[in-house]
Design a protein around this ligand. Structure first.
Ligand SMILES: [Zn+2]
Length: 163
C-alpha cells in the first residue's frame, strides 16, 4: 500500500490503458474531491500496484486506488467516506463509493455500510466516467451532516449509546 497526494499516484502503471485525456479527467475529478475534504481530518490517496497487475481469479475485489476520509468523534464514534477503484474480475474495474459508520448495535458488527454505490466500468462507462460519478456521490455525502447518528437513523440502525 502506497500513500500520497493524487499527483503522486502512478496512474500509467495502475491503469495502462488510459489516454492522456483520461489521465487529465481523473486528475481533475480528484481535485474536486480534495477540495471537498479540504480543512478536515484528511486522508491521503492510497494505491496498490500489485492489485493493478492481478489478472487471475481471487476472492474479493482488490482495491487498486482509493481514498478513505475518516471522521472520529468523541466516545469512539466514527464516520467514514470511501472512494475506491476496485478490480472485480480479469480486466474488469468498478468504482465504489460508500459511507460507513461505527456500529452501536447490541451485537458489535464493528461498522455498517449505510450508503454504497458501485459504478461498473464497461463499454458504456469509461474509468474516468465511473470515477467522476463516484466522486460526485462522495462530494455530495461530504456536504451532508457530519453526524454518524444522522446516517444510522437513515439506515434504521440504533444510535450511539451514551455511556
Ligand atoms: Zn451493528
Amino acid at each position: 500500500m502506497m500513500r500520497g497526494a493524487f499527483g503522486d499516484v502512478p496512474l500509467a502503471a495502475l491503469f495502462p490503458l488510459l489516454t492522456p485525456t483520461d489521465v487529465d479527467s481523473l486528475s481533475q475529478t480528484a481535485g474536486t474531491v480534495d477540495a471537498a475534504r479540504a480543512g478536515r481530518t484528511t486522508a491521503d490517496w492510497e494505491w496498490v500496484l500489485e492489485h493493478a497487475a492481478f489478472e487471475g481469479t481471487r476472492l474479493g475485489t482488490p482495491i487498486i486506488l482509493g481514498l478513505d476520509v475518516v471522521e472520529h468523534a468523541e466516545g469512539g464514534d466514527q464516520l467514514e467516506f470511501l472512494l475506491q477503484v476496485v478490480r472485480t474480475g480479469p480486466g474488469r474495474l468498478a468504482v465504489d463509493a460508500a459511507v460507513n459508520v461505527a456500529c452501536w448495535c447490541a451485537t458489535d458488527h464493528a461498522t455498517h455500510d449505510v450508503d454504497a454505490m458501485r459504478f461498473v466500468v464497461g463499454e458504456q462507462t469509461s474509468l474516468p466516467g465511473a470515477f467522476r460519478a463516484g466522486a460526485e456521490r462522495l462530494t455530495g455525502w461530504l456536504a451532508d451532516p457530519h453526524d454518524a447518528d444522522h446516517w444510522r437513523a437513515k439506515a434504521g440502525l440504533p444510535p450511539k449509546r451514551i455511556s
